[in-house]
Design a protein around this ligand. Structure first.
Ligand code: ZN
Ligand code: ZN
Length: 394
């Protein structure tokens, strides 16, 4: 290997004044024909300077010597994680970078790689070679933070996003976890979670996903919600979940009966956060109580709900919004009640659509039938299907 006379001259002056290891010397003279260590070694040979033995390098002390060991330790730190891509970062003492900057300023050296980037590049190379996984700056499965001085590696897995559906076959379970009754942010009775230990769909699904993916936390986004006394039948209600810090990224997922009549199906890992569209439609079956018997002929008035826009007032949000009802079809009639199937936009309160609740939904079933209609407290309505208007995520 031949070097320009100017390069050789500079290398010689530097080596007379400072002790540098091959990597730290080579790094100051960028080139693409060989790696930093080989370039440093041949420069040293060309200017006839002896190599470093036990003396510490001015820039890195002895750090660059142990790069392979640092890489091997990083590989073993990844052992319990499933991943196909990784990123590497490092926390080196600022003194190392400062030494390098001072040398570059003194000898007007430009364009070389920094010590930090050489460390991460070399460690990443070792990991890639030993695990067969790929380094990726964006969208990596795990991020490694290496502290070369302590010899430690911190592994942070990126969140995993999944979609799935659930069904519910036992009444009396709420969808969301309620807050702990004894505290605001955490106490011994709630294991410092701030959440009640009462059974909920969120709790059942969350516990299962945590166990399956070995994550630290699960955050569920719901596609609508039902009354705690409602059942969710058919193929179930869709949901999306973020699993934080998962150790497993591709466990085998099958339909699974969880506790308390909750079942999850169709779990699929997405390639990234879902582009969430909350628009959905649902079909429910409701048993509607009447204050007086009505004839089948009167029930024919429910045809008024064929593609009917209703206006709903949300008392807690203090705003009006419009939703479509596509059909309300009576399926069986008794003396003091009837059962109907309702097909409508998601986000409409079914109980209020039936009762009218002080004019909060107009028109309501009560208004159309001109008699007060109510849902039963212990079994208000059951969800037959929930369909997202377009598929989201991938
Ligand atoms: Zn060095
Ligand atoms: Zn508590």
């Amino acid at each position: 290997m031949t070097f320009e006379a100017n390069t050789l001259k500079k290398a010689k002056i530097i080596l007379v004044k400072y002790r540098l290891c091959d990597r730290c010397l080579g790094r100051q003279f960028p080139g693409n024909t060989m790696n930093n260590r080989a370039r440093g070694a041949s420069l040293r040979k060309a200017v006839d300077q002896k190599s470093l033995n036990s003396e510490p390098c001015f820039i890195c002390s002895h750090l660059m010597r142990s790069l392979l060991d640092i890489g091997k330790r990083a590989v073993s730190a990844t052992g319990k994680y499933q991943f196909s891509t990784f990123a590497v970062g490092t926390t080196i003492s600022p003194r190392l970078s400062e030494n390098e900057d001072a040398l570059r300023a003194e000898f007007k050296l430009r364009g070389g790689e920094t010590i930090k980037s050489e460390i991460t590049k070399e460690v990443a190379r070792t990991i890639a070679r030993k695990t067969g996984k790929q380094r990726s700056f964006r969208n990596h499965d795990i991020a490694l933070l290496i502290d070369p001085l302590l010899g430690s590696t911190q592994v942070t897995p990126s969140s995993l996003f999944i979609r799935g559906r659930y069904t519910k076959r036992i009444r009396g379970i709420s969808q969301k976890r309620s807050r702990c009754m004894n505290c605001n942010s955490g106490c011994p009775s709630c294991d410092y979670t701030g959440l009640s230990k009462n059974t909920s769909i969120e709790g059942e699904i969350g516990d299962y996903l945590l166990k399956k993916f070995g994550g630290s936390r699960v955050i569920i986004s719901w596609v609508g919600g039902e009354d705690h006394q409602s059942l969710v039948l058919g193929i179930g209600r869709p949901f999306f979940a973020e699993v934080q810090k998962p150790m497993k990224r591709w466990p085998i997922m099958r339909a699974k009966n969880l506790r308390n009549g909750v079942r999850i199906i169709g779990i699929k890992v997405l390639t990234g956060p879902p582009t969430f569209s909350p628009r959905f439609r649902l079909r429910v079956r409701a048993t509607i109580d009447l204050v007086e018997p009505i004839s089948k002929k009167v029930l024919d008035r429910l045809e008024a709900f064929t593609r009917k826009e209703v206006t709903a007032y949300s008392p807690n949000k203090r705003r009006y919004f419009r939703k479509m009802v596509y059909s309300v079809k009576p399926v069986s009639v008794k003396e003091d009640s009837f059962t109907a199937k309702i097909y409508c936009d998601g986000g409409l309160n079914i109980k209020r659509l039936i009762s009218g609740e002080r004019g909060e939904v107009r028109p309501s079933v009560s208004e159309v039938l001109q008699t007060q209609c109510t849902t039963r407290k212990e079994r208000p309505f059951d969800v037959l299907s929930v369909a997202l208007e377009r598929s989201v995520g991938s």
